[in-house]
Write a protein that binds this ligand. Structure first.
Ligand code: SF4
Length: 329
């Protein structure tokens, strides 16, 4: 059975139950016509001011006939609450999952156990799946190193393979084989060099050409903050509970800032693009991000799926030019 997810959750429980995880965000944004999925939600009554990701995953779930969804009701997005109510009315079975705001160990343990109970698997069986995924995560860690240390993997490729780790395309071994073939090719490339090293932070962008555009300037993306978190590579040596406690995205911003500060230093990043989504509460976090990071931060806002608009292109060009000039002085 396919089980939809609204964002990264302990996917190990789904795999332990022999089901196929499907990240609804991924099937929305890789749809041939994601804008039509957004429009369908609006036709069904969603307001224009609801987030396009929410509208897209609602329509993607219906389009693909996903009958069961594990929905994150705390630690991701308040709009998910209303969205799952509309899907529930349409007959979808909803299994809620909440990341405790303060990373409380016992609360998180209870939430993971709840998913296991819903799916009729034991904690030990889920732990076993974590071990199964470990070699795949090691390969993704290599891909990330080939990006920031060796210049052999582009920012877009880094984004793609890391973001796939929320559901491993529903088939971890097939994904591992695809990744292995990609790594073999990448290791033989000539390293790319550019004047400026950028990080991209925030929710994954809805723009289709952000990476291509930025890397067409004198810049390379050497960090994808949230996508890297989806891989669980930073907690690869931890057990299941600790893995999801160290995952920064669903908890307080301070954990994300600490992680970003470390990665900015390690990867020698010159500037950060903080992507936010129109009508998203996470836009408020932008001010804290700017306050607590020591590199220049460009805040970008996207709304609907599609290419960058002219104004955003100009802002990116000006940002990269400023960083280039800063490095020369
Ligand atoms: S971008 Fe913001 S509002 Fe949209 S789904 Fe993600 S967290 Fe929710």
């Amino acid at each position: 059975m396919k089980i939809g997810l609204t964002t990264t959750i302990p996917v190990e429980a789904i795999l332990a139950a022999g089901h196929e995880p499907v990240d609804l965000n991924n099937i929305f944004i890789t749809d041939a016509e994601p804008d039509r999925l957004v429009a369908r939600a609006e036709t069904d009554g969603y307001p224009r001011t609801a987030c396009a990701w929410i509208k897209g995953i609602y329509s993607a779930a219906l389009k693909h006939g996903i009958e069961t969804i594990i929905a994150v009701t705390q630690g991701d997005c308040a709009q998910t609450h209303a969205m799952i109510e509309t899907l529930s009315e349409a007959g979808t079975r909803i299994i809620p999952f909440a990341y405790p705001y303060d990373r409380d160990e016992e609360l998180l343990r209870a939430q993971i156990q709840r998913i296991c109970d819903h799916l009729r698997v034991t904690w030990e069986e889920a732990e076993h799946q974590r071990e199964r995924l470990r070699p795949i995560r090691m390969k993704v860690a290599e891909l990330d190193r080939l990006t920031w240390r060796d210049g052999l993997v582009s920012g877009l490729e880094n984004h793609y393979y890391q973001i796939c780790c929320s559901d491993f395309h529903g088939d971890p071994e097939r994904f591992e084989a695809e990744l292995g073939r990609f790594l073999s090719r990448a290791r033989g490339r000539v390293p790319a060099r550019s004047a400026v090293r950028l990080g991209v932070a925030g929710v994954p962008t809805i723009y289709s050409d952000l990476y291509d555009f930025v890397e067409g300037l004198d810049a390379r993306v050497v960090l994808n903050e949230t996508q890297r978190q989806f891989t669980m590579v930073p907690s690869i040596n931890c057990d299941l509970l600790e893995q999801y406690r160290r995952y920064t995205y669903p908890y307080q911003l301070s954990g994300r800032v600490k992680d970003l500060r470390e990665q900015i230093e390690l990867r020698q990043i010159d500037g950060l693009v903080h992507y936010t989504q129109a009508f998203c509460f996470r836009q408020i976090q932008d001010l804290l991000m700017k306050r607590h990071l020591d590199v220049p931060v460009l805040s970008l806002e996207g709304e609907n799926p599609g290419p960058l608009d002219a104004r955003t292109r100009l802002r990116l060009e000006a940002f990269v030019e400023t960083l280039v000039a800063r490095k020369r002085h």
